[in-house]
Design a protein around this ligand. Sequence first.
Ligand SMILES: O=c1[nH]cnc2c1ncn2[C@@H]1O[C@H](CO)[C@@H](O)[C@H]1O
Ligand SMILES: [Zn+2]
Length: 338
Amino acid sequence: MFDPSLPLVDLHRHLDGNVRVETIFELAQQHQISLPANNVADMRQFVQIQGRENDLLGFLKKLDWMVNVLVDLEAVRRVAYENVVDAAQSGLDYAELRFSPYYMAMNHQLPMVGVVDAVIDGVYAGCQDYPVKIALIGIMSRTFGQQACLDELEAILARRKHFVGVDLAGDEKGFPGEFFIKHFNKVRDAGLNITVHAGEALGAQSVWQAVTQLGAMRIGHGVRAVEDPRLMDYLYEHQIGIESCPTSNLHTSTVSDYAHHPLKQFINAGIPVSLNTDDPGVSNIDIAHEYAVAHHQLGLSFSQCQQCQRDGVAMAFLTQSERLELYQRAVGHIKNRG
Ligand SMILES: O=c1[nH]cnc2c1ncn2[C@@H]1O[C@H](CO)[C@@H](O)[C@H]1O
Ligand SMILES: [Zn+2]
């Protein structure tokens, strides 16, 4: 339940977690990549969540098919372009698309800076054709270790002006935040914003770590922060925003059901919260679905949903004048629709 007169934004959206099943199938056919199914309909079960997974790692396996078909830079460009189309068609005014150059490059030994350039190129082309504003966040995939993360950070920083921030994603349990302090020192030196996946597969300590040692200005998921009241106070005092992705949290079994999702606890604590899709292609959802879930399953009132929309704009890695533009654009939408 969102308000069409307010900007609709998605700040936590993995570009490499949103490759269309049709595209996976087409690319695989064109380039003789073997898939576990021989038609698009049968392929869905391997890419999209069926019910839920037992844990985060089970969920993340679904994305592997998406990057498995990135055979060349043209494929990367196509996927980036289609991500902009999908964002626009789902009604978003603004999306921060995040991607991991290492993860996208690794299967076919693509050059990482080449991957970054291809994403920039595809996103730029998409923005020429569709009315949506896009910003990019570079991901370090912790799953592949510290050196791989340093390498992909280097590729991100080689195109620094095209990014608004850097994130840390992947296997939180196996590769905790303390392994990446040096990486985020470089990110801060480069003047980029910082968001970190934390409190998803590990508890409140991981969120503490992200905000006090990695310099996180926003937290991806943050679900388990509610386990520590002192942390909740800290997040409130420092107005660290939570990028909430309720359906993803259900699909990774971070929460046992929607009724146990802590979104309302963050709101009641005065912590800024945005609603986001995480991996729309894996969860098979769009942003409207998450607002419907927030209202109907998590018990947010319409005005609390509106507040999430406003918090999303406030939390966005944008300048003040860009935020105002988003509000003006939303008013324009209503006029166009009317
Ligand atoms: O919900 C999530 N939690 C943690 N990591 C994630 C999630 N979704 C995707 N990735 C990770 O992000 C990178 C691709 O953008 C990959 O490392 C993937 O495993
Ligand atoms: Zn994520």
